[in-house]
Ligand binder design. Structure first.
Ligand code: SAH
Ligand code: DHB
Ligand code: MG
Length: 222
């Protein structure tokens, strides 16, 4: 089994079940043209996020890590009328590209991109006392994952679903000796989740066009 095989099966799945979409394709093209890294979720993963947000009946979605707004568009389209998505991004260029992509998708009225390091914007969001977020996608720098998870829990309600991307990293997650701050961040978050009685969680490994990685899925239960 190889990357080529995983990518071919991802293409098969996406061709069959995830139809081409002008706004999503344009968002990826504009992101590439602007020099953004191609580290967005794959199309079938974007659709998974959308299905999960719809399944929990999300009205308010929080995303940490916008990039060019590709996952943002998938998630914003899960919202019912009156729904809102807030996405946090530290890089002004990424935020600018994302805002244009979101406008191109006709979603500017329901999506807010908040510029700043998430560890600075998250305390502001807590202070704003917004309604709880029903679905939270954590996909920014991995070193801060334990803190992002703590904020997500603070901003959620029982029944909310928290999804964290990139928790396997080609299996490096099981290497306790790995000093990469990103790997340490994933491992620490997993330990925090395991010790947290207010959540029920699992993680799944994924292979596909984006390589070998995985998602953590965390349901807030109290
Ligand atoms: N969710 C996107 C991909 C996000 S890539 C998608 O699937 O389409 C990770 C993003 O997190 C990058 O744009 C990066 O600039 C941003 N980021 C990195 N560190 C951050 C921080 N401390 N606060 C907020 N965003 C950050
Ligand atoms: C990276 C970040 C991501 O969110 C991702 O899905 C893949 C790679 C990265 O920083 O390398
Ligand atoms: Mg990611």
């Amino acid at each position: 089994m190889s990357q080529d095989q995983w990518a071919a099966v991802d293409r098969y799945i996406s061709d069959l079940l995830v139809p081409q979409d002008k706004a999503l394709d344009a968002a990826l093209a504009a992101s590439a043209a602007a020099g953004l890294p191609a580290i967005n979720v794959a199309p079938n993963q974007g659709k998974l996020l959308q299905l999960l947000a719809q399944t929990v009946g999300a009205q308010n979605i929080l995303e940490i890590g916008t990039l060019g707004g590709y996952s943002t568009i998938w998630l914003a389209r899960a919202l019912p009328a009156g729904g809102k998505l807030l996405s946090l991004e530290a890089d002004p260029k990424h935020a600018e590209v994302a805002r244009a992509n979101i406008a191109g998708a006709g979603l500017s009225a329901i999506v807010e991109i908040r510029l700043g390091k998430a560890l600075e914007t998250l305390p502001q969001i807590v202070a704003e006392k917004l309604p709880p977020f029903d679905f939270i996608f954590i996909d920014a720098d991995k070193a801060n994952l334990p803190d992002y998870f703590a904020f997500a829990l603070k901003l959620a309600r029982p029944g909310s679903l928290i999804v964290a991307d990139n928790v396997v990293r080609e299996g490096r997650v099981i290497d306790a000796a790995n000093e990469d701050p990103n790997i340490k961040g994933v491992r620490r978050m997993n330990e925090v989740i395991a010790a947290e009685p207010r959540v029920s969680a699992t993680a799944v490994q994924t292979v596909g066009s984006k390589g070998y990685d995985g998602f953590a899925l965390i349901r807030v239960i109290a």
